[in-house]
Design a protein around this ligand. Structure first.
Ligand code: 13P
Length: 222
């Protein structure tokens, strides 16, 4: 895989005005062909952020989804409604979202037949439902050890390589061509080393992606 993927998960850090300002700033930066950028704003601002970024090659994705279609899912996010907003991909199973929703495998069982794209987070290899994965449409995996999320304690390169190499070897055995990203306290000082690893196809960035200089620093390290 030649391009590295950088996903900015803004979580719930930014208010409306900050989200719009940051989207406009991102729309003005030049992104090299070596990099693919996705931005995941707060769901409430998806439409506006998408309208700003859809003129660029930055893809806007959702932070989570809870159902595929309309149902009695109060407060949930459905794949069908995301598609209505021209959003065709979502992060799934982020550890911060998983604690308050149904089993990610049930959600995957519903959205995979729809061809709805996703970035599936895991912190243990046995959480990856290899039997559900396919090359039929683009799937992205993201290794996010919980202890590294938002703590400033980035996993060591050796640790990242060990996990990613194992996942990539399992994917290879199944002839699956799926990128594997790393997430957990990625910032401009550690992104170069992480992104240089042959086993790392990109990064899933939280806090640092909400500050334009840090996001640019990460993009420039590729
Ligand atoms: P931080 O980059 O803030 O550690 O967050 C990582 C993350 O959870 C991205 O989804």
């Amino acid at each position: 895989m030649n391009q590295k993927i950088v996903i900015g998960n803004w979580k719930n850090y930014l208010n409306y005005e900050e989200s719009i300002l940051l989207s406009k700033a991102i729309s003005n930066i030049s992104i090299s062909d070596k990099t693919r950028v996705m931005i995941s704003p707060n769901h409430l601002y998806l439409k506006e952020v998408n309208e700003i970024l859809n003129k660029t090659n930055v893809e806007v994705i959702a932070q989570n989804l809870t159902s595929s279609n309309s149902s009695s899912d109060t407060g949930g996010i459905t794949a069908v409604n995301l598609r209505n907003l021209n959003v065709n991909r979502s992060i799934i199973a982020h550890s911060e979202a998983r604690i308050r929703q149904k089993n990610p495998q049930d959600v995957l069982n519903e959205i995979i037949p729809m061809g709805f794209q996703f970035v599936l987070c895991f912190e243990e290899i046995d959480q990856i439902p290899f039997d559900l994965l396919s090359n039929d449409f683009e799937i992205i995996l993201a290794y996010e050890p919980v202890w590294a999320i938002g703590t400033g304690e980035t996993a060591s390169i050796d640790h990242i390589n060990e996990i990613h190499e194992q996942v990539k070897s399992n994917l290879k055995d199944l002839q699956l061509n799926i990128p594997v990203l790393y997430g957990g306290s990625v910032n401009p000082s550690n992104s170069k080393d992480i992104l240089e690893s042959e086993f790392v196809d990109g990064v899933l960035v939280g806090g640092a992606s909400t500050k334009i200089d840090q996001l640019e620093g990460i993009l420039n390290s590729i």
